[in-house]
Design a binder for this molecule. Structure first.
Ligand SMILES: Cc1cc2nc3c(=O)[nH]c(=O)nc-3n(C[C@H](O)[C@H](O)[C@H](O)COP(=O)(O)OP(=O)(O)OC[C@H]3O[C@@H](n4cnc5c(N)ncnc54)[C@H](O)[C@@H]3O)c2cc1C
Length: 371
C-alpha cells in the first residue's frame, strides 16, 4: 500500500509508545489522534528511569529492536528540537553491605557513593549506555509530531467495527472515527481485550524517588543489590540526570492496576523504605531534597516480550505494548516499525515476527459493537 495522504490513525494511549508511533507516522505525513485519558506521559512513561543500553538485550528476541532504538535515540537528540536531557553514561554494578558490616572493598570508587557500597563491575561506558528524561522525551515526540498529531484528552471505552475493519473509537460517549487504530495503553491495554482479540497484558508496580542533587553528581548509573535488615532483597537503580536531579527506583509489587491512571499511588510504607535505602547508598542522596515520591506500572505479557503488530482477523487494528523494563529504550524502533506496518503493510527496519500478537491466545472473547 502506498502512503494514503488521507489516512488518519487513532492511537489509544499517550505514553512513550503512543507518542513515538504518532511521531514516526508524522514523518511519513500520516496524521493521527492520540487519545489519552489523564495526560501525556502521566504513567510509567513519565515516572521511569529512562536508562538506555545498546547491547543488554543481545542474544534475545529484543536485540534488533534495542540496537535500532539506541541508535534512534542518539539521532532524535540531534534532529528534534527540545531538551529531554539525553546523555551518555558510565554504568556500574555492585552491592550494598548490611549496616555495620563494611564491604570487602570494590573495584571502583565513586566519590558520591557511600563507602559501604562495593562497585564490582563496569556494565557499560559512553558508547553503550545512555539516558533520557522519559517524560520530557515523550512530550518532545508529541511536539515534534505536530501538526500531524492531535491530542484528544478522554477515556477510550470501546471500539466500533464493520466486519474486519475498525471504524472508530468510543471516547467519553462519542465516536472518534479513523482508518486504523493502535492500542498503546500500557498496562491498561488489557481493557481493549473486551473489544479486540488481544492477549493478556499485566502491570507490575515499581516505586521511585527523584532527588534534587544539583550538578555535582556525574553521569554514573548504578545497578545495585541491596538487602534490608529484614532480609528482603532489592535491586535499586540509580540514575543521576543532566538536569541536576537523581532518579532512584526499587521495591516492586504486584498490587492491582487501578482503572484510572491518575489513581496510581505508592504502596503503604514503600516510599519510606526506599528513602531509607537511598540514605544508606549515598551521603549526597541522604542530604538532598526529594522532589517526587511516586509509583507506576510497567506493562508486561505472559512470555515477557512486547506485543507489536496487527491483531489477528482484523484489517486495521494494531497493538504496541508490553515493553516491560525497556519501554523507554525501545519506543523509537517500535514507533518506526508501527508506522511502516500501518502505512506499508509490513515493517522494514525491524523484524516484528517475535512480537506478533497472534502468538498468544486472546485474553477474553471480544464484545463487538458494530457501526
Ligand atoms: C519503576 C520503573 C522504571 C523503569 N525504568 C525504565 C528505564 O530505565 N528504561 C526503559 O527503557 N524503561 C523503563 N521502564 C519501563 C517503561 O517505563 C515502560 O515500558 C513504558 O513507559 C511503557 O510505555 P507505554 O506507552 O506502553 O505505557 P504507559 O506509559 O503506561 O502509557 C499508557 C497510557 O495510556 C493511558 N490510558 C490508560 N487507560 C486509558 C483509556 N481508557 N483511555 C485513554 N488512555 C488511557 C494512560 O493514561 C497512559 O498515559 C521502567 C518502568 C518502571 C515501572
Amino acid at each position: 500500500m502506498s502512503v494514503d495522504a488521507k489516512m488518519h490513525v487513532l492511537i489509544c494511549g499517550g505514553g512513550v509508545i503512543g507518542a513515538s508511533t504518532a511521531y514516526f507516522l508524522a514523518r511519513r505525513d500520516v496524521s493521527s489522534t492520540v487519545i489519552e485519558r489523564a495526560g501525556i506521559a502521566c504513567a510509567a512513561s513519565g515516572k521511569s528511569g529512562g536508562f538506555l543500553a545498546l547491547d543488554w538485550c543481545d542474544g534475545t528476541a529484543l536485540e534488533a529492536l534495542a540496537r535500532r532504538s539506541f541508535a534512534l535515540h542518539a539521532q532524535l537528540a540531534e534532529e528534534i528540537g527540545g531538551d529531554w536531557a539525553y546523555r551518555r553514561m558510565t554504568t556500574y554494578a555492585g552491592f550494598a553491605a548490611r549496616a555495620g558490616r563494611r564491604s570487602a572493598g570494590g573495584g571502583y570508587h565513586l566519590n558520591w557513593i557511600d563507602d559501604d557500597v562495593s562497585l564490582t563491575q563496569r556494565l557499560g561506558g559512553q558508547q553503550t549506555t545512555a539516558q533520557v528524561h522519559p517524560g520530557r522525551f515523550t512530550q518532545a515526540l508529541m511536539h515534534a509530531a505536530q501538526p500531524h498529531a492531535a491530542l484528544r484528552l478522554g477515556r477510550v471505552s470501546g471500539i466500533v467495527r464493520e466486519g474486519e475493519r475498525v471504524t472508530g473509537v468510543d471516547v467519553d460517549g462519542e465516536t472518534v472515527t479513523g482508518d486504523a487504530v493502535v492500542i498503546a495503553m500500557g498496562p491498561w491495554s488489557i481493557l481493549a481485550a473486551a473489544w479486540l482479540p488481544l492477549p493478556a497484558v499485566f502491570g507490575l508496580k515499581g516505586h521511585s524517588l527523584v532527588f534534587d542533587t544539583g550538578a555535582d553528581v556525574p553521569a554514573e548509573a548504578l545497578f545495585l543489590d541491596y538487602r534490608e535488615e529484614s532480609g528482603a532483597a532489592h535491586a535499586p537503580e540509580v540514575f543521576p540526570r543532566a538536569d541536576g536531579t537523581t532518579y532512584v527506583c526499587a521495591i516492586s509489587s504486584e498490587s492491582p492496576v487501578p482503572l484510572d491512571p491518575g489513581a496510581v499511588v505508592p504502596d503503604e510504607g514503600a516510599i519510606e523504605r526506599l528513602e531509607a535505602i537511598c540514605a544508606r547508598l549515598s551521603p549526597v542522596l541522604a542530604r538532598s531534597p526529594i522532589l517526587a515520591r511516586q509509583a507506576c506500572f510497567r506493562p508486561v505479557t505472559r512470555d515477557g516480550l512486547p506485543l507489536i503488530g496487527r491483531l489477528p482477523g482484523l484489517a486495521n487494528a494494531y497493538v504496541a505494548t508490553g515493553h516491560s523494563v525497556w519501554g523507554i529504550l525501545n519506543a523509537p524502533a517500535t514507533g518506526e516499525a508501527m508506522a511502516e506496518l500501518i502505512i506499508d503493510g509490513s515493517a522494514r527496519t525491524v523484524d516484528l515476527a517475535s512480537f506478533d500478537p497472534a502468538r498468544m491466545r486472546p485474553a477474553a472473547a471480544p464484545r463487538v459493537r458494530n457501526a
